[in-house]
Each structure stands twice: as structure tokens, then as C-alpha cells.
Write a protein that binds this ligand. Structure first.
Ligand code: G3P
Ligand code: CA
Length: 250
């Protein structure tokens, strides 16, 4: 039986505006096991959910996220490439997503976007909010900034961390254990099947990104990869259910 978990990448980013509440609610509706999102800090120190350091691609704003207050960010429209939606879509705060999590049992992967701007205090703010909502067991913290992940581990060893990486690493499961991470989050380009299998055999979960084609989904389901990040959670879940159904008949 395929047990690969399906994480909705930036929510259901293939069908809804990425990193918005409607995108996360869609992930919940289609039965995703988890959600992935990206966080940064506003000018007044609020934890906001947005991928790029700049507002330009995903909203009608311009310039750096860090140069705007939460109130200013909230006045922007984040529905950018879905002009057919006639309702304005806001940039969410992390707290709004936590409130949504109170109504379901999904896992949340919070990617700290702190490689370009370091956002001092981001780790403390995110961890304090996780504790406030008692979500320690349902959160995975990830980042391309691995110093930040070790810092998170020191602040809260009970919260799972996972390093993100794009280029091949030698024995990444050894590296993961060295930085106290329970999993690795590689680009699929840096994660051949042999690495995925060896890592899982060593007790380190593997969650590659971003898996949007059926071909790649099938391949990862076949080796029962720990989880995948996809912009199309509905497609992945349908395929997984179909394959599990046909395996039963064999
Ligand atoms: O967490 C996987 C993936 O989200 C990392 O890359 O650029 O989509 O945030 P990116
Ligand atoms: Ca991300």
C-alpha cells in the first residue's frame, strides 16, 4: 500500500493563488495530508505568508515585503494570476493559518524564507506562535538557511526540522542527523531513487519538491517515498487512491 503523504505546495498553487487562505482551504477540501507555505516578516515584525522577498510577482504591490507594515500588506490583492476570481485575496498571517489548523488534522510545513534577508527574530516569533497554538507535533520547519534550522532546534528541540537543498549532497541522511533534522527536503533534481531509498532506510524521511507530473508521482509512489510537495494535491491524491485500488486487485 502506498503511504506517501501529499503536501499541498504553497497550498493548491496550481489551481488557486499561492500562499493564500483559499489555496489552503482547497488543500483541506481535497484531503491533502499537509500544507507547505513560506514565511517572512513585515516591517512591523508580523509573520506573513508569502514566497518571494518582493511583492511584484504575486500581488498588485511593488518592492520588498519587509518594507511594508502588516496593515499595508493586507491592503494588497494576492490573487494576481487568477483574475477571474472577483474577490480580493489577502496575504495571510501565519496566525490565520494556525486558526484554520484548529479545524483539521493536517500537518504544516513552514518554510522560513530567510536566505536573502535574515529576518532576525523570525525563528523566535514562529516558534512562540507554534507553542501558543500547541501545534508542536504538527509542524515541520524547513529552510535553505541551515544555520537557522539548527537555531530552531536549539530553541525548540521538540519541533521537527528539515533542510531544503537544490544540489546533490553526499549521504544527505548523515548530514541531516548531524544538524538534528528528522527529514530532508530536496529538489527532485537532487534526489535520485537510490538516495531516497538509502535515506529512508537510515531513518531519515524524504519529501522532494515540486512533484507536478503524473510520471514523477507514480515513480515516487512506487518506492513509497515519505511524502511529496505538489501544486496539484487533488491530482496526486486521486492517483494515489487509484494505484492503491489497483494494487488491492493484484
Ligand atoms: O518546500 C519545498 C519548496 O517550497 C522549496 O522551494 O522555492 O518553492 O519555496 P520554493
Ligand atoms: Ca516553499
Amino acid at each position: 500500500m502506498i503511504t506517501t503523504k501529499v503536501f499541498a505546495h504553497r497550498g493548491s498553487a496550481g489551481t488557486h493563488p499561492e500562499n493564500t487562505m483559499i489555496s489552503f482551504l482547497e488543500a483541506e477540501k481535497v484531503g491533502a495530508d499537509g500544507i507547505e507555505l513560506d514565511v517572512q516578516l513585515s516591517k512591523d515584525g508580523e509573520v506573513v505568508v508569502i514566497h518571494d522577498e518582493q511583492l511584484d510577482r504575486t500581488t498588485n504591490g511593488k518592492g520588498n515585503v519587509k518594507d511594508y507594515t502588516l496593515q499595508e500588506l493586507k491592503s494588497l490583492d494576492a490573487s494576481y494570476k487568477f483574475p477571474q476570481s472577483n474577490t480580493s485575496v489577502q496575504i495571510p498571517t501565519l496566525e490565520e493559518v494556525f486558526i484554520m489548523l484548529l479545524n483539521n488534522s493536517m500537518i504544516l510545513n513552514i518554510e522560513l524564507k530567510n536566505s536573502v534577508f535574515l529576518y532576525p527574530g523570525l525563528e523566535e516569533k514562529v516558534i512562540s506562535l507554534i507553542k501558543q497554538y500547541n501545534l508542536q507535533d504538527r509542524i515541520i520547519l524547513s529552510s535553505f538557511n541551515h544555520y537557522s534550522l539548527v537555531y530552531c532546534y536549539r530553541l525548540a528541540p521538540d519541533i521537527e526540522t528539515a533542510p531544503l537543498y537544490r544540489d546533490g549532497l553526499y549521504m544527505p541522511w548523515v548530514y541531516a542527523k548531524a544538524i538534528h533534522a528528522k527529514a530532508i527536503h530536496p529538489s527532485i533534481k537532487a534526489a535520485p531513487n537510490e538516495i531516497i531509498k538509502a535515506s529512508m532506510a537510515a531513518g531519515v524521511a524524504v519529501r522532494p519538491y515540486t512533484i507536478n507530473s503524473e510520471e514523477q508521482m507514480r515513480m515516487l509512489f512506487k518506492i513509497n517515498c515519505s511524502a511529496i510537495f505538489t501544486d496539484y494535491p487533488q491530482k496526486a491524491i486521486s492517483l494515489k487512491n487509484k494505484e492503491n485500488g489497483s494494487n488491492k486487485l493484484e
